[in-house]
Write a protein that binds this ligand. Structure first.
Ligand SMILES: Cc1cc2nc3c(=O)[nH]c(=O)nc-3n(C[C@H](O)[C@H](O)[C@H](O)COP(=O)(O)OP(=O)(O)OC[C@H]3O[C@@H](n4cnc5c(N)ncnc54)[C@H](O)[C@@H]3O)c2cc1C
Length: 512
């Protein structure tokens, strides 16, 4: 399988043309179901929430009786619990020492009585329709009720849940449940979804690919990240994404040799699935470090995983890199290819699974009033945020979920906790606007970092110089902060939770 460079110099030239061109982004066809016009999925009838015992005002009333206004009563909400005693101490330290005092959540109760009369005065626009966006939309709707109108902008009719992408490579029956429509998420009729793509941001407006610009008072960027196929696919038609995954599944079934490019969490997850599902395949994984995974996982766990792969006869090519940087979507379409590594190896595999990592979906910020180079990380394209999850220098623009540059394991729970944080902050900023005499300063809510690496990013973003206390913090949490991080393998529970978030029905889901 592995041969020296010299033997293959001539072959290299011959097979160079087998390198894949990136898939072309297909423009949406005018006759398709993807229309540029505003699509309001909510019935015109009065929302049932208004008269329900669980309505906003009733909740606040009940909360105030039981003195529990800070507790979130949402049925889809699960408060992030500290993972350990140290984690708890860490969280407390963060909120006490490095952040503003936690604000009283009085906005909910003060607004509860205004709600029946006020019409939507403020416009909240959310970019993206995946996990982070839907969480944000639901939290903001619940918190601000009729004070705001929320518009979600998402180009896909059915959002692709990339959480389960790798499982469909080895079990195609799970494919159907990886696409979900956001059409049922709102309870209130003033909120809506526009099927379009944000292409620029100007002060107070989002420019769209097809429709007219959309004004906003508050903007939530939840546009996530893109991976090379097969983890994601740049098509607006979910059927194309499904076809791509099916093609990978079929090619994998017939392949004798498989190369996984990148030994991060995605590459390791794919590798574990291949070991579990296929026999007698030559599997190799190429990774640029001497240990698989990264510093978000404990060293002992990384060693354990590495040993497991070695025991399963996976060929590890460590401290080496596949020369594919100029081919963003290398490996697509799936077929046999030669690949050159920086150490001079020439390798041939029947299929290559490109797990070389994500880039943030933030190109629309290039055309904006913001200083792009200052607010977006150059290589990764992730958006820099402060501890309140505001884009640097913008009080009314937030970035949540995978699209922001906060280090650490990015997952559904994190997206949820960030969405909860910015919903509070939008509420607090509204409160300041509506009652400037009572609330001259909005003490914003801090997103509590879920790891030291996350905390370090926030310090960097805010240009806080490293000091003694921070170093102490790092030392005391060195062995604790990633104690629970493992590569997630079973997806069924996560997908079920996501479906619940979308108020959608989950059919049969194969072996997720
Ligand atoms: C292989 C893999 C396995 C994973 N497994 C797990 C797991 O087991 N458990 C877990 O909790 N997490 C898991 N995750 C992480 C989880 O999938 C992400 O944290 C989650 O999807 C983040 O959601 P998001 O909304 O921030 O971004 P995304 O899911 O990336 O969604 C972004 C949305 O924004 C839209 N968008 C993009 N550009 C624009 C634009 N210009 N205008 C408007 N909309 C736009 C996109 O169409 C997309 O729908 C996994 C991730 C991967 C890649």
């Amino acid at each position: 399988m592995l041969k020296s460079k010299d033997n293959f110099k001539s072959l290299k030239k011959r097979y160079d043309n087998q390198r894949a061109e990136p898939p072309v982004m297909r423009p949406p066809s005018t006759s398709s179901s993807i229309t540029p016009s505003k699509i309001d999925f909510i019935d015109d009838k009065e929302p049932s929430i208004k008269n329900s015992i669980f309505s906003f005002s009733n909740k606040s009333f009940i909360s105030s009786i039981f003195n529990s206004s800070k507790r979130d009563l949402s049925n889809f909400d699960s408060n992030v619990k500290p993972k350990s005693r140290l984690q708890y101490a860490f969280n407390t330290f963060i909120s006490q020492k490095t952040t503003e005092p936690a604000p009283k959540d009085s906005f909910r109760s003060s607004m509860a009585f205004d709600n029946s009369t006020s019409s939507s005065q403020f416009k909240v626009v959310i970019l993206g329709g995946s996990v982070a966006a839907i969480c944000a939309a639901r939290y903001i709707e619940e918190r601000c009720q009729k004070l705001v109108s929320i518009t979600i902008i998402e180009p896909l009719k059915k959002v692709f849940l990339k959480t389960g992408a790798s499982s469909s490579l080895t079990d195609n029956t799970s494919l159907n449940c990886l696409f979900v429509s956001p059409e049922n998420i709102f309870k209130l009729s003033q909120n809506s979804i526009i099927r379009d793509k944000a292409v620029l941001i100007q002060e107070g407006h989002v420019g769209l690919s097809m429709g007219p610009p959309i004004p906003f008072d508050y903007l939530v960027i939840a546009t996530g990240s893109s991976y090379p196929p097969p983890i994601s696919y740049p098509s607006l038609d979910y059927q194309h994404t499904a076809n791509m995954l099916t093609r990978y599944f079929q090619t994998l079934n017939n392949a004798k040799s498989v190369l996984i490019i990148g030994g991060g969490a995605t590459g390791v997850e794919v590798c574990l699935r291949l070991i579990n599902n296929f026999y007698q395949k030559n599997i190799a994984i190429i990774h640029d470090k001497d240990l698989l995974l990264n510093h978000d996982y404990s060293e002992s766990y990384r060693k354990k995983i590495q040993q497991k792969l070695i025991d399963s006869k996976v060929k590890l090519i460590l401290n080496d890199t596949a020369k594919i940087s100029s081919f963003i979507n290398y490996g697509h379409p799936p077929k046999g290819r030669w690949i050159e590594t920086t150490s001079g190896k020439m390798l041939f595999f029947d299929i290559q699974i490109n797990c070389s990592g994500p880039t943030g979906n933030s190109d629309f910020l290039k055309k904006s009033h913001l200083d792009y180079d200052n607010v977006v990380e150059k290589q990764s394209k992730f958006i820099k945020v402060n501890r309140y999850l505001q884009i640097l220098d913008s009080e009314n623009i937030f970035a949540v979920g995978d699209v922001n540059n906060i280090s650490g394991v990015k997952n559904v729970e994190r997206a949820k906790s960030q969405a909860r944080c910015i919903s509070k902050n939008i509420g607090l900023l509204l409160q300041k606007k509506l009652h400037p005499e009572t609330f001259p300063v909005a003490k914003l809510s801090v997103w509590v970092p879920d790891s030291i690496n996350a905390e370090i990013t926030l310090h960097k973003n805010e240009n806080i110089p490293s000091n003694q206390s921070k170093l102490q913090l790092i030392n005391s949490f060195k062995s604790e902060h990633y104690i629970n991080n493992e590569v997630s393998f079973r997806k069924a529970e996560t997908i079920k939770k996501i479906y619940k978030l979308y108020n959608a029905e989950l059919g049969t889901y194969g072996a997720l």
